[in-house]
Ligand binder design. Structure first.
Ligand code: B12
Ligand code: SF4
Ligand code: SF4
Length: 371
């Protein structure tokens, strides 16, 4: 079979398996992508995500990751939300990507399926990747013509707007690449204006340390005080820059059942989430991306949302109070902050100053000035 026919056969099979976008790129990244990665790391924009820096050479070059790689098949799955209604202030907002089943599982399973099919048709080796591997998925997707990296740094598709998950199959088989997609942002800056924490130092550049997605998902310890009020009721991730993109007018609701929102992830009540113990957390979030961060970090997020909730809401005050004796120092520290946001004249921090955990002590030392 000719290389062009192989490409079209793979494309057809990928679409038949439920992928929404398919493109082919050479297993090579432009020097500019590597330089941008180096600059991102040198400026410390990655925060605590040491794993981004640890494999910089492999991330910046597909053939350093796997020398046999000749072609990258980039696959996209549409997770476009339906109508997104405003969430009440005493409920939490989970970002769209995490409201259904963990996308890593769904995309990986589909990639493996496609990989097995390719392996059965043509000789050669292949490897599948999604998200956590040292791969620069967005620049590769742009090279493969699936979309372009918008000013919010994510891939924007003319067909699906901001709502595509990405995954890749590296092939040892050499196939012609698709034409790269061009930048269609023009003079627009809606995503930059929409960011609640001013996380974009410049268009196309993100300081992850200010991004609510980083703070609520990747960051392990206490969230910097100055940023807490800006987080509002977002308890896992953030979509504001993605949702602001005018190209979403072409987006459609996902047809993938795995990505449809679960009831417990659509506006969950903050006071109920604050009552979760470890077993309750695991049971509620089984099979979702939320489970990855663990109960204590999740409760930290919930308590920040509680602290930002309607002033004096009795149910929220009681929820914060009930976490002051939690076994986790991170949870106790954030509960103290949340409680004092509702009751600024409270002397709760005096009591907690004698807490043995350094996180709680640090929180209480700053408490009076912060309220
Ligand atoms: C680390 C990471 C994060 C970090 C850092 C995000 C970031 N922008 O780098 C945090 C935790 C903040 C994060 C958040 C989110 N993430 Co994330 N994340 C990743 C991960 C694992 C690596 C990204 C990376 O390499 N970053 C390092 C920097 C250097 O890379 P970069 O953004 O590509 O930076 C480029 C630009 O700065 C660009 N650049 C600089 N100057 C210029 C100038 C011009 C003109 C141009 C064009 C480009 C340009 O050059 C750099 C290199 O190309 C990828 C998966 C993967 N393996 O790629 C998922 C991934 C990017 N994340 C994804 C998602 C869905 C999200 C969230 C939407 C989740 C949420 N709702 O909370 C948010 C979006 C926040 C945002 N605005 O980016 C998807 C995005 C899908 C898509 N359509 O693009 C990915 C691809 C996962 C996947 N497999 O689907 N994420
Ligand atoms: S995800 Fe939210 S906090 Fe992060 S850059 Fe986008 S709008 Fe800003
Ligand atoms: S909102 Fe505007 S600037 Fe941002 S990615 Fe979309 S088109 Fe580009």
């Amino acid at each position: 079979m000719e290389a062009a026919a192989i490409r079209e056969a793979i494309r057809a099979q990928a679409l038949a398996l439920g992928f929404d976008a398919v493109g082919f790129a050479a297993a090579h990244l432009a020097q500019s992508a590597r330089a941008d990665l180096a600059e991102f790391l040198a400026r410390g924009y990655h925060g605590e995500m040491d794993w981004l820096a640890a494999k910089e050479d492999r991330r910046g070059d597909p053939q350093t990751l796997w020398p046999e790689a000749k072609t990258v098949v980039v696959l996209g799955m549409n997770y476009g939300p339906g109508d997104d209604r405003d969430t009440a202030e005493d409920c939490g907002v989970v970002s769209v990507y995490a409201r259904g089943r963990d996308y890593h599982d769904t995309v990986k399973k589909r990639l493996k399926h496609l990989g097995r099919w390719i392996g059965a048709q043509w000789p050669g080796e292949l490897k599948v990747f999604v998200d956590t591997a040292p791969v620069m998925e967005k620049p590769l997707a742009q090279q493969a013509g699936i979309g372009w990296q918008g000013k919010h740094t994510n891939l924007v598709s003319r067909e699906f707007g901001s709502w595509l998950f990405l995954g890749e199959i590296y092939l040892s088989l050499a196939l012609d690449p698709d034409p790269a997609e061009e930048d269609h942002c023009g003079t627009c800056h809606a995503c930059l204006d929409a960011c609640p924490t001013a996380a974009f130092p410049a268009p196309y550049k993100l300081d992850a340390r200010r991004c609510i997605s980083y703070l609520t998902i990747e960051h392990k310890g206490p969230i910097p005080r100055a940023l807490r009020p800006l987080i509002g009721n977002r308890i896992f991730g953030c979509d504001d820059c993605l949702a602001a993109c005018p190209w979403n007018k072409y987006a459609r609701t996902t047809a993938e059942p795995d990505f449809l929102p679960r009831a417990e992830l659509t506006a969950p009540r903050l006071a109920e989430l604050a009552r979760l113990d470890d077993a309750g957390f695991r049971a509620l979030f089984a099979g979702t991306s939320v489970k990855r961060i663990g109960r204590d970090r999740f409760l930290r997020n919930v308590l920040i949302a509680i602290g930002n909730g309607p002033r004096g809401d009795q149910e929220l005050v009681e929820a914060a109070e009930s976490c002051l004796d939690d076994a986790s120092g991170l949870v106790r520290a954030t509960a103290a902050w949340a409680y004092c946001r509702h009751a600024p004249s409270s002397d709760i921090w005096q009591r907690l100053r004698h807490d043995p955990d350094p996180l709680v002590q640090a929180e209480c030392a700053e408490m009076p000035e912060a309220m």
